[in-house]
Design a binder for this molecule. Structure first.
Ligand SMILES: C[S@@+](CC[C@H](N)C(=O)[O-])C[C@H]1O[C@@H](n2cnc3c(N)ncnc32)[C@H](O)[C@@H]1O
Length: 264
């Protein structure tokens, strides 16, 4: 039987998002703690995640004694995050907000944003606003750890194969996710990506399809963005192997990067 198609915002389904993206948290989580230890000039206790979504790491950090807060545009994701925190006895510390326009009451020691959320900010001026808000939100000597996918310098949609698919399962629920590139405009640096969840339960197959818009960065363009926010200094780069002992040198072909920025 063909699936029941639900169109809409992929982030409106936090249960499926969290199953897919929240299952594999350990490496990223351990890496973040090592980054804080290695690169921060101050002890890291207070954490902030802009565009936190379902807050994949919130209960883990809270259980480890960190204070953690974050914001996201999507109220369903924020509710999901806070429900989990409440269930586990931690403060409900996620709130609805826009990462390009926010102020915090008390500053944080570090921020993190690990899987491309930053690239939702289009055009680049919005990214600059975000970096400025983050600079106000983080103490001097503190960090902002950003993971993103770069476009290679000679990127061309014709030989680009963003055809990724992966799955996750919990009990009777299984979700297959797929992503595919729809269009890329080198001039405007705008990329449209198709994104779908195929959701299987013993009685149903549903499919949710969405199109996401991403701002594109080559390595050079990311450095040029950083020049516009001198409050942030680039201190190290890693890749998605999340190996603290193996920093990388970013070149024209590099795609997956974790930038470690220090508030100066
Ligand atoms: C790929 S998810 C990442 C969620 C989370 N950071 C994680 O690692 O699982 C991207 C999130 O960015 C949020 N988002 C997009 N634009 C935003 C904005 N301007 N302000 C706050 N959140 C935003 C979406 O609602 C979505 O939850």
């Amino acid at each position: 039987m063909p699936p029941k198609i639900l169109s809409g915002d992929i982030y409106d389904y936090p249960k499926y998002y969290d199953l897919i993206f929240g299952s594999d948290w350990r490496e990223e989580y351990d890496f973040l703690k090592k980054v804080f230890d290695k690169h921060s000039d101050r002890p890291v206790k207070r954490l902030f995640e802009p565009a936190c979504g379902t807050g994949r790491f919130f209960d883990k950090f809270a259980a480890d004694g960190y204070e953690i807060s974050g914001l996201d545009l999507n109220d369903r994701a924020v509710n999901f995050c806070n429900e989990r925190l409440k269930r586990k006895g931690f403060p409900e510390s996620a709130y609805v907000g826009d990462m390009t326009d926010f102020k915090v009451k008390k500053k944080f020691d570090a921020g993190f944003n690990m899987i491309n959320s930053f690239r939702h900010l289009y055009p680049e001026a919005m990214a600059v606003k975000h970096m400025e808000c983050m600079a106000e939100a983080v103490y001097k000597g503190g960090l902002y750890v950003m993971g993103l996918h770069l476009n290679p310098e000679d990127f061309n949609l014709d030989d680009y194969e963003v055809e990724e698919a992966w799955s996750a399962r919990r009990g009777n629920l299984s979700v297959n996710t797929s992503m595919w590139s729809i269009s890329y405009d080198k001039k405007t640096r705008r990329e449209e990506i198709g994104f779908a969840y195929d959701i299987y339960t013993p009685t149903e197959h549903k499919r949710i399809e969405d199109t996401l818009t991403f701002m594109c960065y080559t390595a050079k363009q990311y450095l040029s963005l950083l020049k516009k926010v001198p409050q942030w200094e680039l201190v190290e780069t890693y890749d998605f192997a999340y190996d603290i002992d193996d920093p990388i040198k970013v070149n024209k072909e590099t795609q997956d990067v974790v930038y470690v920025l220090k508030r100066v």
